[in-house]
Write a protein that binds this ligand. Sequence first.
Ligand code: FAD
Length: 296
Amino acid sequence: MDSGRGRGVAELVAAGERSFSFEFFPPKDEAGEAQLWKAIQDLEPFEPSFVSVTYGAGGSNRDTTIRVTGRIARETSMTPMAHLTCVGHTRKELDEILDSYLAAGVDHVMALRGDPQEGPRADWTPTEGGLDYATELVELAHARGRFRIGVAAFPEGHPSAESLDHDADVLVAKARAGAEFAVTQMFFRAEDYFGLVDRVRARGVDMPILPGIMPILNLNAIRRQSELIGTDVPEDVVARISAKDGDPVAMRAEGIALAAELCQDLLEGGAPGLHFYTLNRSKATLEIFQALKITV
Ligand code: FAD
C-alpha cells in the first residue's frame, strides 16, 4: 500500500491505486486512549490514505476529536480526518471548529449532519443559527479552500430517506458542493454497494465511494446497531454465524471470514478501496488483511 501524506483519496484512486482507511472514535479515558494508540500504531505500517476520528453527540468527546486528530497529525506519518456534525452547533461554532482543525494540522474533514441526541431514528432537531443538512457543512468547509472533504453514503438508503433515488440525489449534491469522496455506512451485501455506485454514476458523478466494513464479532450487538441505522443483516449471514453458536472463537472466525469475502467481492467488483470501522482495535482489521493477503 502506498498513500503518502498529502495525496487525496480522489488523486490516489485516479492514479489507479486503492485507498485503505481506518476509523476510530474519541477515547473516553486514559485506558481507552492507550488502546486507541496501540491500534493506530499497529495499523500505521499499512500506510492508509487517511485515518478518521468520529465526532460525538456532545460534551468533552467533541474536544477529544480535535485533540486526537491533532496528535495523529503531529506524531504519525498518517493523514487524520476529523469528523464534524451539525448537531447542536451554530454556523459560527462550526466555523470555529473548522479553524481549530486547521490550527491542529488537520485538513481532512468528514462533513456530516449527525444524528439527533435521541438517536438515528429520532426527528432532526434544528439548532437556531445552525445548519440542517450535510451539504451545507460541505459548502462551509469547501469555501475555505483548504479542506479535503469526505461525506457519508448509504448503500441501503439513509433510514429517513424518501427513496434510494433521492438518497443518491443527496450524495450527488454533496459531491457538487465540494466533497471529494464518500464513505459508506456498514452493509453486508456487495450488491447494495454496487447499486449505490451505479445510481451515483448514472447522475454523472465519479466521486470515489469507499465501502465501510464492519466485521460481525458480536451478532446481537450488530443486529441492534443495524436496526438503528437501517442496515439489513441478511439471513444467510445470520445463519453462518449462528451455526457456530456456543463456540465464541469459531463465531468470531466466521465473522472475519464473512467480512473478508465481502471485501474480496467489493475489490473484484471495482470498489476503489476499503474503509474499516475498527472500534479502536486493530486485531480484526489485521485478520481481514491477512485473509485478503494484503501485506505492508
Ligand atoms: P445528510 O446528508 O444531511 O442527510 C440526512 C437526511 O436528510 C437523509 O435522510 C437525507 O436523505 C436527507 N436530506 C439531505 N439533504 C436533503 C435536502 N436537501 N432535502 C431533503 N432531504 C435531504 N454521526 C455522528 O454523530 N458522528 C460521526 O462522526 C459520524 N460519522 C459517520 C461516518 C460515516 C461514514 C457514516 C456513513 C455516518 C456517520 N455518522 C456519524 C452518522 C450520520 O451523521 C447519520 O447517518 C446522519 O443521520 C446523516 O448524516 P449525513 O451527513 O448523511 O446527513
